[in-house]
Ligand binder design. Structure first.
Ligand code: SAH
Length: 489
């Protein structure tokens, strides 16, 4: 029986989805395989033996605070960032990069087995693609959102939220972000001090500057700075713009108006103070226009590798009809379009679809078409109506009822069964599933496999979030059934 305030000694065996170490206290009489009491202990890594004080308990699990490390894991390293333990951004900085990669690969394999019912012999899993030398698993992020606030004495704080709180850690030199961030933040801080511009105060909903959003285009060198403000207009910004514009690559200086009492960072309205309302970046040969409100992958180096894999799994020759579901600003759609006959993208955010259309034009791509809406509604309706309502030629609309490839890249919650059912009816020879959550991925793969019509062929993980717990996975599924597809077209 484990109680609050107990001090226990335990070995860390795994890392939770939130990045805490997991230790299991087993009753010795029942043996190592019996389920024990699970303790989540922050700041520990797999292989550590630690002394920890129990802070909170539930029936089968609890949370404990690290008291001391009794025996260090061979994978333990000193974090590069001095505030790594306080900050909620990175969870794995105290684990060697090799161990991070091993942990992520195992996590995906375990989920595929446990939740997806996939045995090792059922598919091929390649070694995870990480940012090992000559890459660096630091400074990879092209986007950062720094909260701005003040301490008790009214001094400005700019940095990151401490884990699970809204306490701001005043630190501007984040080692997974772009080195230019620090210069930009210094300028904003100085301008706020000189002009008596108040940081936002969450408690009484007063003050002006809430967040500083910075985006960089790695291939183009373009930079966008966007101040999220609790006001309709920004005052006295001439000197701010003057200083920021001197930074090499500065392309866009904007404000985003957010007057709501909310945890959501961005409001709906943006205004340009200087330059263009967007930056551009390239992945491979495709150029993308990115506005502050659009979703864009945060690790461009790894994204290119991941999209190359999607292209490989899609096996395009130029004649294929492809759906790209959850398409964002059309990144994957446009990456595939040059090798396909036709690509349809579906995305829930209207602004992203507007960007997708502009991005197609920017790249002279005329065989990609985009639809706003929920994938689980748009696709089933399109199928039910036999492609009617498609503004394209009837022939092409018909092709899309019988696509050659369906790519899905859903958010963490995965795909709705109504969408998976329609995918099964559309019966494409290949499905490429891009996932940022291996638990929902495993669940969805299981659903598709249990139809008896699809098998998992190949799995490849990518470390797009070095130092953090998340992992991306690309899966190739192929149709096994030889039954002819009922011709709805
Ligand atoms: N494939 C894109 C975006 C992937 S992120 C890329 O690689 O850049 C997932 C996207 O799904 C987000 O753009 C999000 O807005 C969108 N989304 C979330 N729920 C959705 C739904 N139910 N239907 C369609 N799109 C959805």
């Amino acid at each position: 029986m484990i109680n609050k305030n107990d001090v226990v000694t335990v070995k860390i065996e795994d890392i939770s989805s939130e990045g805490q170490g997991i230790g299991i206290i087993r009753d010795e009489s029942t043996g190592a395989d019996a389920c024990g009491f699970v303790l989540f202990i922050k700041d520990t890594v797999i292989g550590d033996v630690v002394e920890a004080k129990v802070m909170k308990t539930k029936k089968t699990y609890g949370y404990a605070r690290l008291v001391r490390i009794i025996e260090q894991s061979p994978d333990r390293v000193t974090a590069r960032c001095p505030v790594a333990r306080q900050c909620g951004g990175c969870q794995l900085q105290e684990m060697s990069y090799e161990a991070q990669l091993r942990f992520k690969q195992n996590k995906v394999a375990n989920n595929l087995k446990r939740l997806g019912g996939l045995g090792e012999a059922d598919y091929v899993m390649h070694p995870i693609v990480g940012m090992t030398a000559p890459d660096e698993p630091y400074h990879y992020r092209n986007k950062a959102q720094f909260p701005v606030g003040c301490d008790r004495d009214g001094n400005i704080k700019i940095g990151f939220y401490a884990g699970r709180t809204h306490d701001i850690i005043d630190y501007m030199d984040c080692c997974i972000g772009d080195p230019v961030n620090k210069d930009i933040l210094r300028i904003v801080r100085q301008w706020m001090t000189d002009n008596n511009i108040k940081p936002y105060n969450e408690e009484n909903h007063s003050g002006v500057v809430r967040h500083i959003l910075i985006r960089t285009g790695r291939a183009t060198g373009e930079i966008c700075v966007c101040l999220v403000i609790n006001a309709d207009k920004l005052q006295r910004y001439d000197s701010l713009v003057g200083e920021l514009a001197k930074i090499d690559g500065m392309t866009s200086i904007m404000i985003n108006v957010n007057r709501e009492k909310t945890n959501v960072i961005l409001g709906r309205h943006c205004e340009t103070l200087w330059g263009r309302p967007y930056i551009e970046d390239c992945i491979g040969d495709v150029r993308y226009r990115i506005s502050p409100l659009s979703f864009y992958q945060v690790n461009p180096v790894q994204t290119k590798r991941m999209y190359d894999k999607v292209l490989e799994y899609a096996q395009l020759t130029g004649n294929e009809a492809v759906w790209d579901l959850y398409c964002g600003i059309g990144t994957i759609s446009l990456f595939l379009a040059k090798n396909a006959k036709k690509v349809y993208g579906v995305e829930i955010v209207p602004q992203a679809i507007e960007d997708a259309g502009n991005n197609a034009a920017l790249n002279n791509i005329d065989n990609a078409q985009f639809f706003v809406g929920k994938a689980e509604e748009v696709v089933p309706e399109f199928y039910k109506n036999g492609g009617e309502g498609d503004t394209d030629s009837a022939r092409s609309g018909a092709d899309m009822l019988r696509p050659d490839v369906i790519v899905v890249d859903p958010p963490r919650k995965g795909c709705d069964t109504s969408l998976l059912d329609t995918m099964l009816e559309m019966a494409p020879p290949r499905i490429v599933y891009v996932s940022c959550d291996s638990a929902t991925l495993a669940r969805d793969l299981k659903y598709l496999r249990e139809s008896g019509r699809y098998e998992v062929r190949d799995v490849q993980c990518y470390d797009n979030f070095c130092q953090g717990v998340h992992v991306e996975t690309v899966v190739w599924m192929s149709r096994v059934s030889n039954e002819p597809r009922t011709d709805r077209a």
